[in-house]
Structures are given as structure tokens and as C-alpha cells.
Design a binder for this molecule. Structure first.
Ligand SMILES: *Cc1c(COP(=O)(O)O)cnc(C)c1O
Length: 375
């Protein structure tokens, strides 16, 4: 088994920064409270660790996307915490959802009807969040469905609504006029459900200059991603240090990597780094992305392979170059948003694709358990 010392790449996850980001969003949206979105293994950083740190910091409301994620996390939560399933109830999944104790986000009248019939069949109350679509056309009841529901409140029999929610389409663009339209639409619908806690914001929404209502569902901001296009107020949570596997010097004109898509323009020092697209480095970084050695930017030359990339390190002083020497992929010089931009994607995709192959080094939040290593 490789250790942190011998691994080809180490993914460091700063749970203190995660907790700090939770506090930053909390101050930003107060008096609304912050729910943590921990779907997709907490955006790749490890949901069990993330949930533990956030629960220790006082978070009591969590969201996952699918039922299996809820089943895995439920036993780790404080007993009074609530866990919502964003994708709602697939047909036939009602009994399992109830058994897990997760709260489905009811996205359609069909889902409400199935949750209500389970509740009535069992003669017990079942909690459910009600999601309405305010213009994204993805999940949630249409305005027509909401009108039907308000006209036939009996359809909710046995269901105890836990919150009313919707989702922004353009919250990462603070000046987008659709944000205000969605907020107004949501507020009109919410007036039909007096007293029900309202949740509209995601990370981007938390930084919009409008009312944050009762609950904010924060995902990417907790994990250090920029919630909008401006200066990122969040602390980095992940850093990725790879180690040089091999070094060579090639004469001008030499082809590099699959397809020989790069040709050395001069005598070139090439460092091969043992991380590739199977580790979550998008293949679109080939001949476009960068890494840093001793703080010096080094371009990725040639294609990204499954298990390796090649860097042009000609401009790096030789004393920094040896097998095992550190190469920053994510860190002080390159954020997840920087890497995403070079790859033509978003920070969310960079995080959620981070490989299980990396050695992981979890740095605990102050007051938490000993630093520990997991793979
Ligand atoms: C993923 C998700 C969130 C979190 O979004 P971020 O932009 O990561 O903060 C919130 N609400 C819903 C419905 C989601 O699907």
C-alpha cells in the first residue's frame, strides 16, 4: 500500500476550510440557516468526512441527490439532523425511502400521490419537501401542478411538508435578470403555503443581493468553488500535489504523447507526472492546461493520457527536478476554477471527478479527531 510519502499524487482535503466556508455562507445569509449539499460524495471530497465536520460545526440539515447516498450517510448524522433527497422518489422507492428515514423532495404530483398513499396505508405521517419549478424546467411542480395541489389539499394527506423549495437557473450570474424573476415567482407560490420554511438559494443565490428566505442549500461554496464570476470569497478545501515519475530531455522537433500532438520547439525538459484522465484530469487539458513546479508555471504538453501527463519543465531550475519532486496541480497557484477554465468545464466537474486513486490526506478542523490518511 502506498503511503502519503510514496504516492504518485496526494489529494489534501482541509476540513477546517470546509467548516470556515460553512461559517462564511452562514454570515452571508443570516438569519437564514445553511443546509449542506453533500451529494456526489460531498462533491468528491468524501461525504462521510464532510458530514462529520459540518455536523460538529452545527449543521443539522443535509441534502443528497439519490437514495443510496442517503442510506450511506443517515447512520453518521446526529439523531436530530434531517437529510433530504433532491431527486425525489423514483417509482417503487417509497418504502425504502421511509425505511432509511430520509425526506424526499417531492418534485411532482405523482411523487406526492405515491408518498401520501404510503403514509395513509401505514397510518403514519411522512415528511416531504415540496419543490416547485420557477423557470428552470428541471425538477419541481409546474405552476399548473401547484394550482391543482392547492385546489385539492387532500392529496397531501399523511404528508407533513418540511419546506417549500425551488432552484435558480442563473444564480452564478448576479446581474442576470432571471434571478429576480425566479425569486418573484417563488414568493408568489410561497404565499399559498403560509408558514412553510422557504428555500431558494444555492451557493450563487447566497451571494445575490436579495432575501435569502429561511434555508440556503450550499454546495460548491462549502467546497471552495467560486459561487459567482467575481472574486471568490471562499477558502480552498482541496489541493492536489503530484510527484514527478520520470524526467527526460528531448531534442527540438521531438513529438510528445499520443498522436504526437505537441512537437518540442527547442531542446526540452519533459517531466512525466503519474496522474491522468482516469484520475479526473479532463482530457481537454491536453496542450492547454498547466501545473506548477516550485511556483513556476509549466504547460501540459501533449495529450492527457489515462494515467499520466507530460509537462514542459525546461524553465524550471534543475534543483527542483528529480523523480518524486512535488508538482502542484491544485493549490495556491491554481484553483479548481482555474483548472476548470483551462479544461472548458466548471469547478463542480473538477471536484466530482477527483479520483479514488489519489492518496487522501484529511486535515481535521480544529478540535476534531487526529489527522488521518485514507485511500
Ligand atoms: C446541487 C444543488 C444545490 C447546490 O448547488 P451549489 O451551486 O453547489 O451550491 C442546491 N440545490 C439543488 C436543487 C441542487 O441540485
Amino acid at each position: 500500500m502506498t503511503t502519503l510519502a510514496t504516492a504518485g499524487a496526494v489529494l489534501r482535503i482541509d476540513l477546517g476550510a470546509l467548516v470556515e466556508n460553512y461559517a462564511i455562507v452562514g454570515r452571508q445569509v443570516a438569519p437564514a440557516r445553511v443546509a449542506a449539499v453533500v451529494k456526489a460524495d460531498a462533491y468528491g471530497i468524501g461525504a462521510a468526512r464532510a458530514v462529520g465536520a459540518l455536523a460538529d460545526a452545527g449543521c443539522r440539515t443535509f441534502f443528497v441527490a439519490v437514495l443510496d447516498e442517503a442510506a450511506a450517510l443517515m447512520p453518521l448524522l446526529p439523531p436530530e439532523a434531517e437529510l433530504f433527497v433532491l431527486n425525489g422518489l423514483q417509482p417503487g422507492a417509497e418504502a425504502e425511502c421511509a425505511a432509511i428515514g430520509a425526506i424526499p423532495v417531492l418534485n411532482s404530483l405523482d411523487q406526492i400521490d405515491r408518498w401520501s398513499s404510503l403514509a395513509r396505508a401505514r397510518g403514519q405521517w411522512l415528511r416531504g419537501a415540496l419543490q416547485v419549478d420557477t423557470g428552470m424546467s428541471r425538477m419541481g411542480m409546474s405552476p399548473q401542478e401547484v394550482a391543482l395541489l392547492l385546489g385539492e389539499p387532500d392529496r397531501l394527506r399523511g404528508v407533513k411538508p418540511a419546506m417549500l423549495m425551488s432552484h435558480f437557473a442563473c444564480a452564478d450570474e448576479p446581474d442576470h435578470p432571471f434571478n429576480g424573476e425566479q425569486a418573484a415567482c417563488f414568493s408568489r407560490i410561497a404565499s399559498g403555503f403560509p408558514g412553510l420554511p422557504r428555500a431558494l438559494d444555492n451557493s450563487g443565490g447566497a451571494f445575490l443581493a436579495q432575501d435569502h428566505l429561511d434555508i440556503v442549500r450550499a454546495g460548491i461554496a462549502l467546497y471552495g468553488g467560486a459561487p459567482h464570476g467575481g472574486v471568490n470569497p471562499m477558502r480552498a478545501v482541496v489541493s492536489l500535489e503530484a510527484r514527478i515519475a520520470q524526467l527526460r530531455t528531448v531534442p527540438a522537433g521531438t513529438g510528445i504523447g499520443y498522436g504526437l500532438t505537441h512537437r518540442a520547439r527547442r531542446e526540452t525538459r519533459i517531466a512525466t507526472i503519474p496522474v491522468g484522465y482516469a484520475d479526473g484530469l479532463p482530457r481537454t487539458l491536453g496542450n492547454r492546461g498547466s501545473a506548477f513546479v516550485a511556483g513556476i508555471r509549466v504547460p501540459m504538453v501533449g495529450r492527457v493520457s489515462m494515467d499520466s501527463i507530460t509537462l514542459d519543465v525546461t524553465d524550471v531550475p534543475e534543483r527542483h527536478l528529480r523523480p518524486g519532486a512535488p508538482v502542484e496541480i491544485l493549490g495556491p497557484n491554481q484553483t479548481i476554477d482555474d483548472l476548470a477554465r483551462d479544461a472548458g468545464t466548471i469547478s463542480y466537474e473538477i471536484l466530482t471527478q477527483l479520483s479514488r486513486r489519489y492518496a487522501r490526506d484529511y486535515v481535521p478542523a480544529a478540535g476534531l479527531a487526529q489527522r488521518s490518511v485514507a485511500r
